[in-house]
Design a binder for this molecule. Structure first.
Ligand SMILES: NC(=O)c1ccc[n+]([C@@H]2O[C@H](COP(=O)([O-])OP(=O)(O)OC[C@H]3O[C@@H](n4cnc5c(N)ncnc54)[C@H](O)[C@@H]3O)[C@@H](O)[C@H]2O)c1
Length: 356
């Protein structure tokens, strides 16, 4: 089996659902259920013996060691993190704790487990660390896209904490020989994303007739990748990546935030027209985020060259699916917005008879 951390979050939950849709290898899913963890997303796996959900913290060394000892996972896929840049500006402490200390705790527990394995199993063990392109810093308009050898220049507490975790992972390979792999991916979008991030926030606000807040001039550029493509890239790297290597993962799709928002408005105008007129009327410019990186761009040629991976979705196909999903799932959105998703487990099991 594999141990997934943060598998109740946006990408982790998509990964676990996709994994169990394509494989029967069981998953232990360790997640602290912070505000970003949502077990309702994992509802399709309730009662599925291949999925063992453990409510716990990656900083809890005793718990993590116990999971390794009891379940002997052949691999770790490490998603758990504090992931929102704005929140990291507001309260960086949680980012250092989870992203740095938590990764350190996992690495140490993985190292102890891996060192004690018999030779054959030790060679097969993998620790895959899921990271971000934000560690590389900000690009000018004509700079080449980030390659895996780009110097690290993190600018936000979030990216600095992820950069620190990447360095720990690298060092555990070089110093101890732990068989690690790192992926640095661009911005993800898709179903089950918490509506604090740009794309779901804009969809949810537009449908509610609320302003669509654009930071600064809206010309901050990001590369965008459909979440299912990120998950397939991780599966490829886990299966065939070269030990100790990092792989950039991207969608070959650079877009300015304002362009993203106008694309969403146009899709909503088509799929759910509003009597009040185009959703673009709701676009509102707000004061920029402090230290807002101007441009990220990913050169994803290494993963294509070595592992033959390319995204399956274009931005047009992925964003249409995403908007349609949010239109089709108002219950999921309402539960997230009201906070009711936190009670989902209690409600789901309330009144159910225990089977003998
Ligand atoms: N979202 C993106 O666009 C993006 C892009 C590239 C890389 N990443 C990376 O991918 C990973 C997942 O991102 P996401 O967008 O799914 O994040 P998310 O915020 O949606 O989910 C994070 C999950 O981690 C859990 N978690 C947080 N602290 C924990 C702790 N101490 N112990 C156990 N679980 C804890 C949360 O409960 C949540 O379920 C992160 O490492 C992030 O840095 C994200």
């Amino acid at each position: 089996m594999i141990l997934v951390t943060g598998g109740a979050g946006f990408i982790g939950a998509n990964f676990v659902l996709d994994w169990l849709a394509t494989s029967d290898e069981p998953v232990i899913n360790l997640d602290a259920l912070t505000y970003a963890g949502n077990r309702e997303t994992l509802a399709p796996l309730e009662g599925d013996a291949r999925h063992l959900f453990v409510h716990g913290d990656i900083c809890d060394r005793a718990l993590v060691e116990r999971l390794f000892a009891e379940h002997k996972p052949r691999a770790v896929v490490h998603f758990a993190a504090e992931s929102h840049v704005d929140r990291s500006i507001d309260g960086p402490g949680a980012f250092v704790r989870t992203n740095v200390d938590g990764t350190f705790t996992l690495l140490e527990a993985a190292r102890a487990h891996w060192s004690a394995l018999p030779a054959g199993e030790r060679e097969l063990f993998r620790f895959l660390h899921v990271s971000t392109d934000e560690v590389y810093g900000s690009l000018g308009p004509n700079d080449p896209a980030f390659t895996e050898t780009k110097t690290y220049e993190p600018n936000s507490p979030y990216s600095a904490s992820k950069a620190a975790s990447d360095h720990l992972v690298r060092a555990w390979h070089h110093t101890y020989g732990l068989p690690v792999l790192t992926t640095n991916c661009s911005n993800n979008y898709g179903h089950y994303q918490f509506p604090e991030k740009l794309i779901p926030l804009m969809i949810v606000n537009a449908l509610a007739g609320k302003p669509l807040p654009i930071y600064g001039d809206g010309q901050n550029v990001r590369d965008w990748l459909y979440v299912g493509d990120h998950c397939s890239a991780i599966r490829e790297v886990l299966a065939r990546g070269r030990l100790g290597e990092t792989y950039n993962v991207g969608g070959w799709n650079e877009m300015a935030n304002l362009e993203i928002v106008h694309t969403l408005c146009a899709l909503l105008d088509e799929l759910r027209p509003s009597a009040a007129g185009s959703y673009a009327r709701l676009v509102t410019y707000v004061k920029d985020r402090p230290g807002h990186d101007r441009r990220y761009a990913i050169d994803a040629r290494k993963i294509e060259r070595e592992l033959g991976w390319r995204p399956a979705e274009t931005f047009q196909s992925g964003i249409r699916k995403t908007v349609q999903w949010y239109l089709d799932n108002p219950g999921w959105i309402a539960n997230v917005q009201s906070g009711a998703y936190r009670d989902w487990v209690a409600r789901n099991y309330a009144g159910r008879e225990v089977q003998p």
